[in-house]
Design a protein around this ligand. Structure first.
Ligand SMILES: Cc1cc2nc3c(=O)[nH]c(=O)nc-3n(C[C@H](O)[C@H](O)[C@H](O)COP(=O)(O)OP(=O)(O)OC[C@H]3O[C@@H](n4cnc5c(N)ncnc54)[C@H](O)[C@@H]3O)c2cc1C
Ligand code: FES
Ligand code: FES
Length: 478
């Protein structure tokens, strides 16, 4: 059984298809057709809804709302949450301030994208008291509109902060009692199960009982197998509600990132140590994707064009893996075996990502090359980490995505740099050596020659940026 709030009313569900998305549930089981299906792949934002979640720990009753793509969010993940849809936005026929501003600014034409846009902007307006243009663009990064043009929509977003608040579904959320649950929450049919354990002990028990189960975190990769390939999973076990797996902590010189923490959770925390990484994360998918997607999912999915593996390789990350057999720590560089093949054994999961804090002389340079700034997958992802001692390169790690079947270091290029003086000549030698490191594929995103040339140019760009900063004396990481 799962129990959740839907537009302010408690709902219980048990015997529903564990592969069912929130969007399918809303439209086919609840008659809530305001949320639209445009792409069913998390790209267009027409299906955007808000999910309210209590902050974890300390018995806190603070509820935070964030926008998600309901087409790739599975219903099973909704236990204990509040789903707010465009249909439920108004109470007593009053339009929400965002809706009023959209009307006044002529922010809608055909209207298909409008419900999703309204929900993204409601998410923004409900989470802060004022907003900048950058906030608006970020909140709209996962919403495509083909006919209005974004100017009136952006105007509406800004203006909505001046419209007086009314009684809307979010600020009248009923008292939030913890859902009582004797067994692990989930959805079950005769053919399939969805489990939402809340502790690693429950997870381990489920993995023992269902060794063939598929793990799911945010589902922003996995749910596409259902929505695009019409696949059906017999048993899904969610990692999203397991507190140990969403923890962010530090001890000494080490950072620990819970594998099931979402990008949106990780970003404000990681900014203290790695602001460059957070800036890069701002380009991963859209806000809706970052509100669900996890770093652990990005690594386990083992796509050669995923953005975080090259970054984490450059930062010398390790993974803590766990299973019923116990725990082990593995360097990330040993994790990827071949295309989409990893060291993960059956029933084993990534528990957390272990990152060293940066040295005071560390230089981190990250470059994502894609056709759009956000909501797009990389053609090439380059991640560089250097430590210099005087003019000499003490440590260097050059990692790339999109250049081989797995995210990997440029070993030959690194050899040209380590121990060498950081000069144009040594960097030029490393740039040539990239040709020995990689023979990239041509595909829909880029040709082989384009990828290699881009990788070489990115290394040159990093050199020029660093050299420029050095001459200006802006050099230390801190
Ligand atoms: C519109 C859109 C835009 C995107 N943009 C980007 C982008 O810019 N850059 C990018 O890199 N990716 C992008 N992605 C891909 C995806 O969002 C990321 O890979 C995300 O980090 C996946 O995390 P998740 O929690 O949703 O994984 P899930 O979909 O839940 O899981 C992915 C895989 O990992 C496994 N898994 C998940 N967590 C664990 C764990 N802790 N241990 C073991 N196995 C686990 C699952 O079984 C599954 O096989 C995009 C996806 C969409 C739909
Ligand atoms: S339908 Fe396009 S993002 Fe969900
Ligand atoms: S108003 Fe038509 S797609 Fe946005």
């Amino acid at each position: 059984m799962i129990k959740f709030l839907l537009n302010g009313s408690w709902v219980m569900e048990t015997e529903l298809d564990p592969n069912m998305s929130v969007l399918r549930y809303l439209r086919t089981k609840r008659g809530l057709s305001g949320s639209k299906e445009g792409c069913a792949s998390g790209d267009c934002g027409a299906c955007t809804v808000l999910i309210g979640e209590r902050s974890k720990g300390n018995g806190s009753q603070t509820v935070k709302y964030h926008a998600v793509n309901s087409c790739i969010t599975l219903l099973g993940a909704m236990h204990g949450k509040h789903i707010v849809t465009v249909d439920g936005l108004n109470i007593n026929e009053e339009t929400h301030p965002v809706q009023q501003a959209m009307i006044a600014s002529h922010g809608s034409q055909c209207g298909f994208c409008t419900p999703g846009i309204v929900m993204s902007l409601v998410g923004l307006r409900e989470s802060q008291t004022s907003c900048s243009r950058k906030d608006v663009l970020e909140s709209l990064s996962g919403n495509l509109c083909r006919c209005t043009g974004y100017r009136p929509i952006i105007d509406a977003a800004m203006a909505s902060f001046d419209v007086a608040d009314n009684k809307n579904i979010i600020n009248t959320t009923p008292a939030w009692s913890a859902p009582e649950q004797e067994e692990v929450a989930g959805l079950h049919t005769v053919d399939a199960d969805y489990f939402s354990p809340t502790s690693e002990a429950e997870l381990t028990e489920l993995l023992t009982k269902y060794p063939g189960a598929r793990l799911i975190a945010g589902g922003t990769d996995l749910a596409l197998e259902i929505s695009q390939n019409y696949r059906s999973f017999d048993c899904l076990i969610s990692l999203s509600d397991i507190e140990e797996l969403t923890e962010l902590s530090e001890a000494g010189n080490t950072l620990y990132v819970g594998a099931a923490a979402t990008y949106s959770q990780v970003m404000p925390w990681l900014k203290t140590w790695y602001p460059e990484v957070v800036e890069l994360f701002e380009r991963i998918g859209s806000l809706q994707i970052r509100n669900r997607g996890t770093v652990g999912g990005n690594i386990a999915n083992a796509s050669p064009i995923a953005d975080t593996p090259p970054v984490l390789l450059a930062l010398d990350a390790s993974l803590e893996l766990a299973s019923t057999a116990g725990r082990r720590v593995l360097s990330l560089k040993d994790f990827f075996l071949s295309y989409k093949q990893t060291q993960l054994q059956n029933g084993e999961y990534i528990r957390r990502i272990i990152l060293p804090k940066p040295e005071s002389n560390a230089i981190v340079k990250l470059y994502k090359v894609s056709k759009r700034y956000e909501d797009d997958i990389s053609a090439v992802m380059a991640a560089f980490y250097l430590e210099l001692e005087g003019a000499r390169i003490k440590t260097v790690r050059l990692a790339f995505g999109g250049m081989a079947a797995v995210p990997k270091y440029a070993d030959h290029a690194q050899t040209k740099l380590v121990g060498a003086e950081f000069t144009e000549a040594s960097v030029a030698a490393a740039i040539s050596a990239l040709g020995e490191d990689f023979a990239p594929l041509s595909d829909v995103r880029a040709s082989s020659a384009y990828r290699l040339k881009t990788a070489q140019n990115l290394l040159r760009k990093a050199y020029l940026e660093i050299a420029n900063n050095m001459s200006l004396g802006v050099f230390s990481h801190a």
